[in-house]
Design a protein around this ligand. Structure first.
Ligand code: GAL
Length: 365
């Protein structure tokens, strides 16, 4: 009889330990037993391939297994399904760069019910209390860098309603919350000149919605710029165009294509801004058909997110540096903002090549 009781006690102890290790919040399980979901929006834009690869490599180096998924070409239902699968397959944390920041509310409710922490990557997920943290760059600051560049390159302080500068405005996806900040930052610099008449937007398209680009598509931005060019007779021998605000590189590439079609060359190209330092855009900067970009080192952001995941898995609080800015409609999401850096032909050697971000060969140098 004694033998049976002692065997039962041993089995009970073993099952208790097993159950404890099955808990999500247990810190006794090694990181290799922990699985992290990484949901990226698309492969069609260079940077997201780098973001996903960087995070996968760093998370695996930290001992996690990784479920990295790309949602086709910005396909919202695909991303929702992929995140759903990450929840049901038992991911211990999920990192998401949302296509449409407000499309994930219900699937993230399930994640919250299962205590799965959600990290919003670069783009804030809206209207969900399930978002634990947000890691991005200072998006308002990106817009300020672009607006200040246009102000200084075109010398807007020397312009007036009697001698205005002519600009056009292009921003990104209407469902990307980042655009609220890119646009807001740029307009914080440019709006006073538009109001005073020192800057004229001949197309009359001056709201973020009018100037948005579905999915940040270079094809869409090219089409819209072609229409604006023909409707306002912009050209080297036509109506003067001093510059185009573009919120990122893919939209800048579409604008550059449209401007080249009507005969602009590196000798007379309007000022064109960008963001991301995509290889195509850096090549255009070298060729003189894009004026600047904003460098957001995806290695930095990936490292920051891995640090957040690690802290959460170990039951500690991730490092954050902003608890006020990012209201997602339900809560102020604690965030970490990395610093964006102005990039032009003057500093790409140091910024992009010396840092190992790109090789000279990749840039055609
Ligand atoms: C934004 C991001 C930009 C750019 C754009 C296009 O959300 O902040 O850096 O990548 O998407 O994907």
């Amino acid at each position: 009889m004694k033998k049976i009781i002692s065997t039962m006690l041993i089995l009970a102890a073993a099952s208790t330990m097993l159950f404890a290790n099955g808990q999500k919040e247990s810190s006794s399980v090694s990181t290799s037993a922990k699985k992290i979901g990484v949901s990226m929006p698309t492969k069609s834009l260079q940077r997201w391939n780098q973001d996903g690869a960087n995070m996968k490599a760093e998370l695996e180096a930290a001992g996690y297994s990784v479920d990295l998924q790309y949602a086709g070409d910005n396909d919202i239902p695909t991303q929702v399904n992929q995140v759903e699968n990450m929840v049901t397959s038992g991911c211990d944390a999920i990192v998401i760069a949302a296509i449409d920041g407000s499309s994930l509310t219900s699937v993230l409710k399930e994640a919250q019910d299962q205590n799965i922490p959600i990290i919003s990557y670069d783009r804030l997920i809206m209207n969900s209390p399930a978002v634990s943290y947000y890691a991005t760059f200072d998006n308002f600051g990106v817009g300020v860098i672009q607006g200040e560049y246009l102000r200084d390159a075109i010398k807007l302080d020397s312009k007036s309603a009697s001698d205005p500068a002519y600009l056009e405005l292009v921003t990104g996806a209407p469902d990307d919350n980042n655009c609220v900040y890119f646009w807001g930052g740029a307009m914080s610099i440019l709006e006073p000149y538009i109001k005073s008449g020192a800057v004229v937007i001949k197309s009359g398209q001056t709201t973020r919605q009018q100037c948005s680009t579905p999915n940040w598509s270079n094809t869409e931005s090219q089409k819209r710029m072609e229409n604006i060019i023909s409707a306002n007779s912009y050209g080297p021998k036509g109506q003067k165009l001093d510059g185009v605000l573009c919120s990122n590189d893919s939209t800048a590439q579409g604008v550059t294509n449209a401007l080249k079609e009507v005969g602009y060359t590196s000798a007379n190209f309007p000022i064109v801004t960008g963001q991301d330092c995509d290889i195509t855009s850096v090549k255009n900067m070298i060729a003189g058909t894009q004026s600047m970009s904003v460098f957001k080192d995806t290695r930095t952001l990936a490292t920051k997110v891995v640090g957040m995941v690690d802290a959460l898995m170990k039951g500690t609080t991730p490092e954050i540096n902003d608890t006020k800015t990012y209201d997602n409609g339900v809560k102020i999401v604690p965030s970490y903002l990395c610093t964006p850096v102005y990039a032009s032909n003057d500093n790409i050697q140091k910024l992009l090549i010396d840092s190992g971000y790109y090789t000279k060969a990749q840039l055609g140098l």
